[in-house]
Design a protein around this ligand. Structure first.
Ligand code: RIB
Length: 297
């Protein structure tokens, strides 16, 4: 069983601000840092740090050396990452003193996947393999359709949730990992229980993990329901907390851990990520997650 994460790789330009810039406003930032990120890359690195073997599919631009080198340095397999003329994807991220963020994306090379490229990547995987996806690349619907035809298990973090994502055949998704904002966008419901009930009606064959920030997270699927709490930590930067959760949750499940334990591990990993700046640099090592959890035993 192999894990293919077909997703974005970004350079993140992170600006500390005392509040989010508003329409018509010109705001001076307090500092600026460049980090590596992209929901795809963050999730691949979270998976590898959690102990999974990951093949990353995607595209970088002519400026993509750092993204490729970093992926390799963390043990992510990069054979399915292709270079494309032009720039890699990037994100302009504002972070407030409370650790909240606002993100502006430039898709760059992440938007240059082709049907041929998808076929070439998927040809190396089969029905026993897992495909993890987010929504920062082009041709997402085609990847879902083609992977489904190959009977791959599709795990989707539907982020960011937009009209393109809603056009995909989401009934083909085996496991959704989403937050309550995405849950509301998908179902029209705002209460967690109602979101989960509606998800069950819309996607009866799918499992769902709904993350609720400080209220923890809930798993629903296979006739089972299970809730885990979040850990209270001082927030520095919430960027990539959801990606860290997704990578750690999936890795734990693939390692044969129970859903309860996987939720607990993922919640601890994302709590640590929140206490650190940046996307990729905030993702903890597995040992750190274990030490964190031991404090709460
Ligand atoms: O989820 C966080 C990520 O969203 C950032 O790393 C940024 O690149 C955007 O894709």
């Amino acid at each position: 069983m192999k894990v293919l994460n077909y997703g974005s790789l970004n350079y993140d330009y992170v600006y500390a601000v005392d509040h989010m810039v508003s329409e018509g406003e010109t705001l001076s930032s307090l500092s600026m840092e460049t980090h590596l990120g992209g929901k795809g890359l963050n999730q691949s690195i979270a998976l590898t740090k959690a102990g999974a073997t990951v093949y990353h599919g995607g595209m970088v631009g002519e400026d993509g050396d750092q993204l490729l080198e970093a992926s390799r340095s963390f043990g992510v397999h990069t054979d399915f990452i292709t270079r494309h003329p032009g720039r890699s994807g990037h994100a302009i991220i504002q972070v407030t003193p409370k650790g909240e963020n606002g993100i502006l994306l430039y898709q760059g090379a992440n938007g240059k996947n082709s049907e041929e490229k998808i076929d070439q990547v998927l040809s190396a995987f089969g029905e026993e393999d897992i495909l993890l996806l987010q929504n920062e690349i082009n041709l997402l619907g085609s990847i879902i359709d083609k992977a489904y035809e190959k009977h791959m298990k599709i795990v989707l973090n539907p982020s960011p949730l937009n009209a393109t994502l809603l056009k995909c055949d989401l009934k083909k998704v085996s496991l959704f990992i989403l937050n309550e904002v995405e849950g509301e966008q998908l179902t029209g419901e705002s209460e967690p229980e109602k979101i989960l009930k509606r998800m069950e009606i819309l996607y009866p064959a799918s499992e769902v993990v709904l993350t609720l920030g400080k209220q923890g997270s809930i798993y629903a699927g296979k006739g089972k329901r299970c809730r885990g709490k979040s850990f209270s930590v001082p927030a520095v930067d919430t960027t990539a907390a959801g990606d860290t959760y997704t990578g750690y949750f999936l890795a734990s499940v693939l390692q044969g851990k129970s859903i309860e334990e996987s939720i607990r591990t993922a919640s601890a990993a994302s709590a640590i990520a929140v206490t650190r700046k940046g996307a990729v640099p905030s993702i903890p090592e597995r040992k750190e997650v274990e030490a964190f959890l031991n404090k709460y035993l």
